[in-house]
Write a protein that binds this ligand. Structure first.
Ligand code: NAG
Ligand code: NAG
Ligand code: NAG
Ligand code: NAG
Ligand code: NAG
Ligand code: NAG
Ligand code: NAG
Ligand code: NAG
Ligand code: NAG
Ligand code: NAG
Length: 851
């Protein structure tokens, strides 16, 4: 997966609180059922897969942006372990290292932390589980981790002593060296090592992404050197350094370290894997830190008995144009090992296997008569058909075996079972020993349950397929069936990554999507008239203009495009895009869903309206309070001019195209918002918001924003709220789709009775003081994935009737905006919230309509 530069956790502004302000309860929770929209096959980089050497079938995969997973060996599926990570600790989804305890297999350790630079304010956390990842406690570390940084496929840099499992060693980044714990990871002390790993991919990178030292690359205990119950004396480490010693050994359980004599430090060690019965440490190296780079490398065998190191690189000369990453030994067959290229971009990644301790090797592919490539595989992408190309249609130059192959493992209990991670999925199979007989093994995508995409945009049009996505790195999909892996990504055109998507309100099979970062395919706007099944490039787009946000007019003929670097542009009938200087280049944009001439924009505290098809915009009279950065504009699909805007200071609603706005009381910050099917036919659309309403969460209002329920729970945090696009289903009441930055797409449905609604209406319009900063991190130390232990504080007095401006607030309850207020058998409130009048619609239904 590419390094999506996520917004850091947002710290909301503080407002002066007025004396009148009442302390508001957070909205009560309503139980939801959350499932992944199945893309299948992962979708991003899997840095490593680690089997427990003691308990058969126990294995974990770690990802760079979407947490870690545990294997279900019975059916080859994976269970996510960190879905509870919420907006405050989105950094937990960056897994920089993983260790499974060889003594007490239920113990699992994850080194969590996303970036060492300013993108991530948090120090690293060691997530500690004693129940194979079902629940965790946390141990804060005094340095940062880089789960989505260069070198994340090296390792593991975290290891449990196989003879005395209270002892752990952890190799840090950023020059912080090596650390030791003697109490199962609870506390740590620094250990002095000769070299902390000084290599950085680009020391001049001012963002800090490529200039930070990668540090210690791996820690490997020599289990054969000790005795059960005592600290293992011999430990190996590799450090990311070139040109001076970078492999070290300790023979006194980590007290002192010395360089391993005779090693060649031209390249950096990515893996150091012990073959215990051979008493050998196998080492893969590359001249890059990975996962994208590497043009040269070597494979070594260190004979511990003789203290000699041998170069066993599988290829030489002009055949060597890559480094080496993933390295696996077969514990059942001493002398059998495999190593993966990092990266052989053309024609495909390769894996080499030796059954004589590296003396000779056989490849997973080799050249036939050029350009024919003989792949010794039986390819199976049935669990994720979009991964393709299938064996029958592959053309040389397309990769099937993979790239970014840093994680390669053979099941310690089953020589036929192997798994490896690529930049896109987990491949593997159950017939590996056929390599040594017929030299043809099944290569199957085995990432079922791993949903590891960075979702850029979502739409749920009122007709056709329920959901269309645009997804980082892999274009996006028409989700005809939410529980079935799609057959294909969007094609023709494809781009390096996708940016946004929209549909036409009056003609909802008409879709526009935009892309980013691929000048080779030129124009980065595409149109579909068949709900995304087929696409045509929009030749009105200039080459090399890219990214940003897009809106399609109600009839589908006008595309408004807020590009990433070329301002706002508009085009009708695929004519050349022209600049729209009247709308700021940072604006959030939206199309009206009924009137083809109308578009909306929001920037700073201003709202903008266009009534001429996006040609010009003018600021409206209504303002967005003290907002400085609007996030999203959504429009009632049935009512022109009924718009919602989420911003850094709250959620704003206008029913008159922005002439005036109401700030929804109690909401201090909002990100993704969406309007879906109403609770009652003819009622106001259900409003969904990722917002801070006393706490940061996901909320729904059925009455136009007066009363809210919280729809996420302690087991579903969805990571960084600022990164997550939302859309709601216009056909199914209550259903919302949440796109995440690393955990794919979720959809949620109501499951259980609604709690008493909680009004956010306060006695004052002054905004409340609230913070979403990471200051709450320590309180997370006992959070679990248990569904029952909701962190939501449910309120006892939920229904607020106090609206200061309402002169007739004498009844005990009022209906909210667009809520029901009368009709046959209606027993609810018959009065409306301030600004709304109870209006007769029919004998069965009266509704609160703006006065
Ligand atoms: C991270 O750890 C360092 C070293 O202990 C400490 O100075 C710093 O305050 C910590 N930062 C955070 C955000 O906890
Ligand atoms: C070290 O490794 C490099 C790359 O494989 C090789 O060119 C060089 O000759 C080696 N040096 C020694 C002293 O073996
Ligand atoms: C390691 O070296 C010892 C001593 O030279 C030798 O007996 C043994 O066979 C070697 N092991 C391997 C796996 O090469
Ligand atoms: C491996 O087996 C598959 C399936 O039988 C076949 O399509 C493929 O050509 C074989 N590969 C080679 C190099 O023979
Ligand atoms: C070892 O590997 C070679 C090459 O793939 C193969 O021909 C041979 O049969 C294998 N030996 C065993 C014992 O599996
Ligand atoms: C959706 O896919 C699931 C899983 O493959 C299948 O069981 C179900 O029948 C499909 N639904 C429809 C409507 O095709
Ligand atoms: C549209 O833009 C292209 C360059 O992208 C230019 O060659 C062409 O002349 C323009 N067409 C019109 C009608 O301006
Ligand atoms: C659409 O909006 C424009 C601009 O406000 C207006 O002139 C036009 O009458 C509207 N069209 C319809 C069909 O309501
Ligand atoms: C829009 O109006 C249609 C027809 O009345 C209705 O079925 C639908 O639920 C409405 N959609 C929303 C999101 O309110
Ligand atoms: C109102 O309630 C009565 C009694 O329960 C029931 O018979 C009738 O169908 C209800 N009317 C409507 C419109 O729901």
């Amino acid at each position: 997966m590419r390094s999506y530069l996520r917004l850091s956790a947002v710290v909301s502004s503080l407002f002066i609180t007025a004396p009148l302000l009442t302390v508001r309860a957070s909205p009560a929770p309503q139980t939801y059922t959350w499932k992944n929209v199945k893309i299948g096959g992962g979708g991003g980089f899997v840095p490593n897969i680690v089997f427990n050497p003691t308990q058969q079938g126990l294995a974990y995969a770690r990802t760079d942006m979407g947490g870690a997973y545990r294997l279900n060996p019975a059916d080859d599926t994976w269970t996510p372990l960190l879905d509870w990570a919420d907006n405050a600790r989105w950094d937990y989804w960056g897994c920089d290292a993983l260790a499974t305890d060889p003594v007490s297999p239920n113990r699992l350790y994850l080194l969590a932390g996303m970036y060492t630079n300013s993108y991530d304010p948090n120090n690293a956390t060691l997530l500690i589980s004693t129940d194979t990842g079902s629940t965790f406690t946390t141990s804060p570390l005094p340095f940062k981790a880089g789960g989505n940084m260069p070198g994340r496929g090296m390792g593991e840099r975290l290891a449990v002593d196989p003879n005395s499992n209270n002892i752990l060693f952890l190799g840090a980044r950023s020059g912080h060296g090596l650390w030791k714990s003697t109490n199962y990871g609870a506390t740590w002390t620094q250990v002095t090592i000769p070299n902390t790993g000084t290599y950085a991919p680009d020391p001049t990178d001012t963002t800090g992404m490529n200039s930070d030292p990668i540090g210690v690359s791996f820690v490997t205990f020599d289990s054969t050197s000790g005795a059960k119950g005592a600290a293992t004396p011999r430990i190996f480490i590799g450090v990311a350094t070139v040109g001076s010693s970078n492999l070290f050994v300790s023979d006194d359980a980590g007290s002192t370290w010395s360089a391993i004599a005779g090693t060649n430090n031209t390249y950096m060690a990515h893996k150091g894997v012990l073959s215990p019965s051979e008493k050998v440490l196998y080492i893969s190296t590359s001249n890059g830190a990975g996962p994208y780079d590497g043009t040269l490398g070597a494979v070594y065998k260190y004979n511990i008995t003789s203290s000699t190191i041998t170069d066993i690189t599988p290829v030489t000369g002009s055949n060597l144009y890559f480094g080496f990453g993933g390295l696996a030994v077969d514990l059942q067959k001493p002398g059998t090992l495999m190593v993966a290229t990092l990266n052989s971009w053309y024609p495909d990644g390769n894996i080499y296997r030796s059954n004589n301790s590296g003396a000779t090797w056989s490849p997973l592919w080799d050249w036939g008569a050029y350009p024919v490539v003989n792949r010794y595989i039986t390819y199976d992408d049935s669990l994720a058909p979009w991964l393709g190309p299938d064996y029958t249609v592959i053309t040389d130059g397309e990769k099937q075996i993979g790239w970014m192959m840093e994680g390669l493992s053979i099941d310690p209990f089953d020589s036929n079972h192997w798994l490896y991670g690529t930049g896109a999925t987990i491949y593997g199979g159950h017939d590996l020993t056929k390599w040594d007989t017929i030299h043809n093994v099944t290569l199957k995508s085995l990432a079922d349950g791993v949903e590891q995409t960075a979702v850029q945009g979502l739409i749920s049009p009122p007709t056709g397929p329920p959901l269309l996505s645009v997804v980082g790195d892999i274009e996006g999909f028409v989700h005809y069936n939410l529980s079935q892996a799609p057959a294909a990504e969007y094609a023709n055109p494809t781009w390096a990554t996708a940016a946004d998507i929209d549909f036409a309100g009056n003609a909802p099979t008409n879709i526009v999507r935009i892309g980013t970062g691929d000048s080779s395919t030129g124009k980065q706007v595409a149109l579909s008239t068949d709900s995304g099944a087929t696409w045509a490039q929009d030749y009105g787009a200039a080459d090399n203009v890219e990214g940003g946000k897009v809106a399609l007019s109600a009839n589908g003929d006008i595309v408004l495009w807020r590009t990433s670097g070329n301002g706002v542009m508009v085009s009708q009938y695929t004519n050349n895009f022209t600049a729209v200087p009247t709308l700021p280049s940072t604006a959030a944009i939206a199309s009206d869903k009924k009137n083809d001439s109308i578009f909306y924009g929001a920037a700073g505290s201003s709202f903008y309206l266009s009534t001429n098809g996006g040609t010009t915009f003018a600021a409206t009279a209504g303002t967005l309070g003290a907002s400085t950065s609007p996030v999203k504009v959504v429009v009632n699909p049935n009512i022109t001019g009924d718009v919602w805007v989420s911003t850094d200071t709250g959620l704003f609603h206008s029913t008159n195209s922005g002439a005036t706005f109401t700030a929804i009381p109690g909401i201090t910050e909002a990100w993704g918002i969406a309007l879906g099917a109403p609770a009652t036919a003819g009622g106001y659309p259900a409003v969904f918001a990722a917002a801070n309403i006393g706490i940061v969460g996901y909320f729904r209002s059925d009455d136009g924003g007066v009363n809210w329920v919280q729809i996420n729970d302690a087991a579903h945090g969805f990571g960084s709220a600022a990164s997550n696009p939302l859309t709601a289903d216009p056909r199914i009441y209550g259903r919302v789709y949440i796109g995440t930055n690393g955990r794919g797409i979720f959809y949620g449905d109501i499951n259980g009775a609604a709690p008493p609604p909680t009004s956010t209406v306060s006695t004052s319009t002054v905004k409340s003081t609230s913070s979403t900063s990471s200051s709450s991190s320590t309180s997370k130390s006992s959070s679990t994935t248990s569904k029952s232990s909701s962190t939501v504080s449910s309120s006892s007095s939920t229904k607020s009737s106090s609206t200061t401006s309402s002169p007739s607030a004498t009844s005990t309850a009022v209906s909210g905006a667009y809520g029901q207020c009368g009709g046959t058998n209606w027993t609810g409130p018959t009065a409306c919230v301030s600004g709304y009048t109870c209006t007769y619609s029919n004998p069965y239904y009266s509704q609160c309509i703006p006065a």
